[in-house]
Design a protein around this ligand. Structure first.
Ligand code: GDP
Length: 398
C-alpha cells in the first residue's frame, strides 16, 4: 500500500521479477533456462495485471494484493485490506508520509493489519530516510522499528546497515536485476550511528515485548534468532512497524524486504480465524478457522475482466477447500453458484488448479450472481463473512 507514485508498482515488479528467477531455478535446475527466462522477461517487462499475484520466495508462497493508492477507491482499498494478512507500506524517500498513506494507514488500523514500512527512492536527490521515519511518528502515530540504516545517499546510496545482524549489506557498482547483495562489516564512519540506532531498536523492541525487556534490563546480549522472533511477535501484535529502506529502481533492498515479509508478517494459517455471522442473524457470530478441515468459506473481494478469460471473481479462501466444479452457496443472496475453473495468477503465467485450501487467494471463472463483498460457502454450513453495511463510511478530518 502507498500514496500514488511512491513506487508500489515498481517495488512489486522487482519482487515478481526476483521471485520469478528463484521460482524458475527451483523448477529446472538449469542456469541457461534461467537466463533465457530473464532475458525474455526483461524484454517484455513484468507488469502486474492481476488483482492477486502469487510468487515464491525461499519455500514460502506469497500472495500479493495491490491496494489502489487513490482516494476514489476507498471502498476497494478497505476491501483489499480486509482480505490481506499483512502489508508493506511503500514510502517515497523524498516526499515521506503523504496524504494517501495517511488515509490507507488509518484504514489498515481499523483491521489491525500488521505492517512493515519500506522507504523507497533513496537514490533520489533530497531523499531523507530519517525525516521519513520522523513523519511516520508524527503523521501516522505509528511505532517505527528501524531495522536498517542507509549507507550513502542519493547517487552514492550503496546499501544498508542491518541493525538486527549488525552487518552491512551492499550493492556495489552497477547492479543488474536479480543480483544479490554482499555482506560486509559496518563501515567505520557509520559505526557510531549504527551503535546509536541499535540501542534505539532494542529500546523500542523491549517496550513492545516483555521477553526482550527482561534481558535488556539485565544487560544481556541477544542472538539474531531471538531478536527476529521478538520482531515477529511485536509486529503481529500490531505494536511496532519494522522499517526497511532501499531503492526499487536499482533493485537495492528488495531481497531483504522479501526476507522480512517472510520473517515478520503472518502466514494466513497463523491467524486465529475469521468471525462472520449467521445467515439472517447479524448478532450471532460464526467463527471459521483457517484449516482445510473446516467447512468451506471464502470472500469475493474483487471482480475483474481478464482479456482472455472474461469475468474473474477473486476469492480469498478463509476455511475449508475451494474445488473446481463444486457447488457452493452465496450466503448473501441465497443463490447456488457453480465454481468453474480456478486459477492461481503468477507474474508470467496463470495456473489452473483443481482445489485450494485455507489461506489461498484465487481467481474463479463462471460465477454468475456473486458481487464483491459476497460470501461463498458450503451449502450445509453457511456463514456470512462480511456485513452488508461494509465498508463503514470513512470520515476525513482535515
Ligand atoms: P506507484 O504509483 O506507487 O505504483 O509508483 P510507481 O512504481 O509507478 O513509481 C512512480 C515513479 O517513480 C515511476 O516513474 C518510477 O520509475 C519511479 N520510481 C519507483 N521507484 C523508484 C526508486 O527507487 N527511485 C527512483 N529514482 N524512482 C523510482
Amino acid at each position: 500500500m502507498a500514496h500514488i507514485d511512491a513506487g508500489k508498482t515498481t517495488t512489486t515488479e522487482r519482487i515478481l521479477f526476483y521471485t520469478g528467477i528463484t521460482y524458475k531455478i527451483g523448477e529446472v535446475h538449469d542456469g541457461g533456462a534461467t537466463m533465457d527466462w530473464m532475458e525474455q522477461e526483461q524484454e517484455r517487462g513484468i507488469t502486474i495485471t492481476s488483482a492477486a499475484t502469487t510468487c515464491w520466495w525461499k519455500d514460502h508462497q506469497i500472495n500479493i494484493i495491490d491496494t489502489p493508492g487513490h482516494v476514489d477507491f476507498t471502498a476497494e482499498v478497505e476491501r483489499s485490506l480486509r482480505v490481506l494478512d499483512g502489508a508493506v507500506a511503500v514510502f517515497d524517500g523524498v516526499a515521506g508520509v503523504e496524504p494517501q498513506t495517511m488515509t490507507v494507514w488509518r484504514q489498515a488500523n481499523k483491521y489491525s493489519v500488521p505492517r512493515m514500512c519500506f522507504v523507497n527512492k533513496l537514490d533520489r536527490t533530497g531523499a531523507d530516510f530519517f525525516r521519513c521515519v520522523d513523519m511516520m511518528v508524527e503523521r501516522l502515530n505509528s511505532t517505527p522499528l528501524v531495522l536498517q540504516l542507509p549507507i550513502g545517499a542519493e547517487s552514492d546510496f550503496l546499501g544498508v546497515v542491518d541493525l538486527v545482524g549488525m552487518r552491512a549489506l551492499t550493492w556495489r557498482g552497477e547492479t543488474t536485476m536479480g543480483e544479490d547483495y554482499e555482506i560486509e562489516e559496518i563501515p567505520a564512519e557509520l559505526a557510531e550511528q549504527a551503535a546509536e540506532y541499535r540501542e534505539k531498536f532494542l529500546e523500542t523492541l523491549s517496550e513492545a515485548d516483555d521477553e526482550i525487556m527482561l534481558k535488556y534490563l539485565e544487560g544481556e546480549d541477544f542472538t539474531v534468532e531471538e531478536l527476529e522472533a521478538a520482531i515477529r511477535r511485536a509486529t503481529l501484535a500490531d505494536k511496532v512497524n519494522p522499517v526497511l529502506c532501499g531503492t526499487a529502481f536499482k533493485n537495492k533492498g528488495v531481497q531483504p524486504l522479501l526476507d522480512a515479509v517472510v520473517k515478520y508478517l503472518p502466514s494466513p494459517i497463523d491467524v486465529e480465524g475469521i468471525t462472520g455471522h449467521a445467515v439472517n442473524d447479524e448478532e450471532k457470530p460464526v467463527v471459521r478457522k483457517p484449516s482445510d478441515d473446516e467447512p468451506f468459506s471464502g470472500l469475493a473481494y474483487k471482480i475483474a475482466a481478464d482479456p482472455h478469460l472474461g469475468k474473474l471473481t477473486y476469492v480469498r479462501v478463509y476455511s475449508g477447500k475451494l474445488e473446481a466444479g463444486a457447488t457452493v452457496t452465496n450466503s448473501v443472496n441465497g443463490r447456488k453458484e457453480r465454481i468453474g475453473k480456478v486459477y492461481q495468477m503468477h507474474a508470467n503465467k496463470r495456473e489452473e488448479i483443481a482445489s485450494v485450501g485455507a489461506g489461498q487467494i484465487v481467481a474463479v471463472m463462471g460465477l454468475k450472481d456473486t458481487k464483491t463483498g459476497h460470501t461463498l460457502c458450503d451449502p450445509q454450513n453457511q456463514v456470512v463473512l462480511e456485513s452488508m453495511t461494509f465498508p463503514a463510511p470513512v470520515i476525513e478530518v482535515a
